[in-house]
Design a protein around this ligand. Structure first.
Ligand SMILES: NC(=O)C1=CN([C@@H]2O[C@H](COP(=O)(O)OP(=O)(O)OC[C@H]3O[C@@H](n4cnc5c(N)ncnc54)[C@H](OP(=O)(O)O)[C@@H]3O)[C@@H](O)[C@H]2O)C=CC1
Ligand SMILES: O=C([O-])CC(=O)C(=O)O
Length: 448
């Protein structure tokens, strides 16, 4: 595009940015790829659809139907969620939905958005890989005072990626603002356990984050928001979040154990000498910790019970189980940091499992609320169990599973750990005074 043409176009659009964003938008104009994006937007820009909430921007329609945005000055409260850079440009998404048969925009909130896992995940979501090629998305990124600059960096990279389906990006530090109308909340941000830190302290510090975020979801999010808790200790964080969000169905809360499922499938495939797509019906029972139980009794390889394919049952009971339980820790030793890319992939898998009908006869694992479970697992905790979905965002627990003494004993151990974690955070779930009597060997998969 000729420079002269760009500068005319850009003058019109630049007013759409808030003053704090002007330096970024100016620099954007110097890149040729951004130039074509700006003019592309201008050609298709009309008044924003009612769905596009941006209180500080208004627009008028010119004779050639091109939107001329005008800034309405507004003081931005500290911590408020803000649209970012090019995503503050508004256009008639409704018209685009009609012409391109796109679905209605969905709002996806992500906490810890400046962290390692998010850095992989956000670009997958924005590309359409997660929700589909006809699903426009709005990303609402939650950070903290620590990470405001980093969040802007993330948003800049999202801008520069020119994803057609990414219609809005906003960043903020107040969960009540960021979670507004969220239909998915991917809660990744949490304090990592540092050297010498007691697990009880980690439960308390991160529990407070998830109590606050539960309250914020309750107040601001879509009433049927689906919540996936990734930040550790994710099962108990999910329980705390759920208890602080009484208006959201308890069934909507998940703790991410899909990474453990994927790790278990990989190890079984390796041992059996088959590609990992041949492994199905893989359940992780219990806590996302070293007490988790990868279930080789119900899993299948090429449709056959694992024990019929892998005859080395000692390996299954000892090496396989421990390998999966401690995979995160081994990876930290090699990589120097915890799994980020594979965790992001497993979050994608977890979401897709809820929005796609589960294949006939198969299932997936998720940490979900135990009330009403058919396995006799203690009620009122978040425990990883086998689930199936019709693809509507909801799930049902699988009834046809078998147990033996080995499996039951292991499940009981993980259950005891989660009950102890629950007692430890009673002050955060509204159930009295927290009392920590955690089993000594309790660890995250990343700790060894
Ligand atoms: N369930 C699972 O399978 C897995 C879970 N995890 C867990 O996911 C979480 C995120 O991992 P990852 O993205 O690699 O971590 P990073 O350290 O890269 O990012 C974590 C983010 O957490 C936020 N955070 C929130 N509260 C605090 C705090 N008190 N101190 C420091 N940071 C805080 C920070 O963002 P900000 O400052 O913006 O709040 C930071 O960006 C961790 O809890 C990790 O243990 C990791 C792998 C697998
Ligand atoms: O302990 C951690 O932070 C990492 C983790 O959960 C995992 O790798 O499964």
């Amino acid at each position: 595009m000729a420079v002269a043409e760009l500068s005319t176009s850009f003058t019109e659009t630049a007013t759409c940015f808030r003053s704090s964003q002007l330096s970024l938008s100016s620099s954007s104009s110097s890149s040729s790829s951004s130039s074509s994006r700006f003019s592309h937007h201008l050609r298709r820009s009309f008044c924003p659809s009612p769905r596009t909430r941006n209180p500080t921007i208004s627009c008028s329609v010119t004779s050639d139907q091109v939107q001329t945005p005008t800034v309405v000055q507004a003081e931005t409260p500290k911590g408020k969620s803000e649209c970012y850079g090019v995503f503050c440009l508004t256009y008639d998404l409704k018209a685009e939905e009609e012409t391109k048969s796109w679905k209605k925009l969905i709002n996806i909130a992500v906490s810890g958005a400046a962290g390692m896992i998010s850095n992989h995940l956000l670009f997958k979501i924005a590309s359409g890989e997660v929700f589909g090629p006809d699903q426009p998305v709005a990303l609402k990124l939650l950070g903290s005072e620590r990470s405001v600059q980093a969040l802007e960096g993330v948003a800049m990279e999202l801008e520069d990626s020119l994803f057609p389906l990414l219609r809005e990006v906003s960043i903020g530090t107040d969960p009540y603002e960021v979670f507004q109308d969220a239909e998915w909340a991917l809660l990744i941000g949490a304090k990592p356990r540092g050297p010498g830190m007691e697990r009880a302290d980690l439960l308390d510090i991160n529990g407070q984050i998830f109590a606050e975020q539960g309250k914020a979801l309750n107040a601001s999010a879509s009433p049927n928001v689906k919540v996936i808790v990734v930040g550790n200790p994710c099962n108990t964080n999910a329980l705390i979040c759920m208890k602080n969000a009484p208006n959201i169905p308890a069934k909507n809360f998940h703790a991410l154990t899909r990474l453990d499922e994927n790790r278990a499938k990989c190890q079984l495939a390796l041992k059996a000498g088959v590609f990992y797509d041949q492994v199905s019906n893989m359940t992780i029972w219990g806590n996302h910790s070293t007490t988790q139980v990868p279930d080789f009794l119900n899993a299948r390889i090429k449709g056959l019970p694992v024990k019929e394919v892998i005859k080395d049952h000692k390996w299954l009971e000892e090496e396989f189980t421990e390998k999966v339980q401690k995979r995160g820790g081994v990876l930290i030793q090699k990589w120097g940091r915890s799994s980020a890319a594979s965790t992001a992939v497993s979050i994608v898998d977890a979401i897709k499992s809820l929005i796609t009908p589960t294949a006939e006869g198969d299932w997936f694992s998720s940490g979900v609320y135990t009330n009403g479970n058919p396995y006799g697992i203690a009620e009122d905790i978040v425990f990883s169990m086998p689930c199936r979905s019709k693809g509507d965002g909801d799930y049902e627990l699988v009834k046809k599973v078998i147990f033996d003494d080995y499996l039951l004993k292991r499940i009981k151990k993980s259950e005891a750990e989660l009950l102890a974690e629950k007692r430890c955070v009673a002050h955060l779930t509204g159930e009295g005074i927290g009392f920590c009597d955690l089993p000594e060997d309790t660890m995250l998969p990343g700790e060894m």
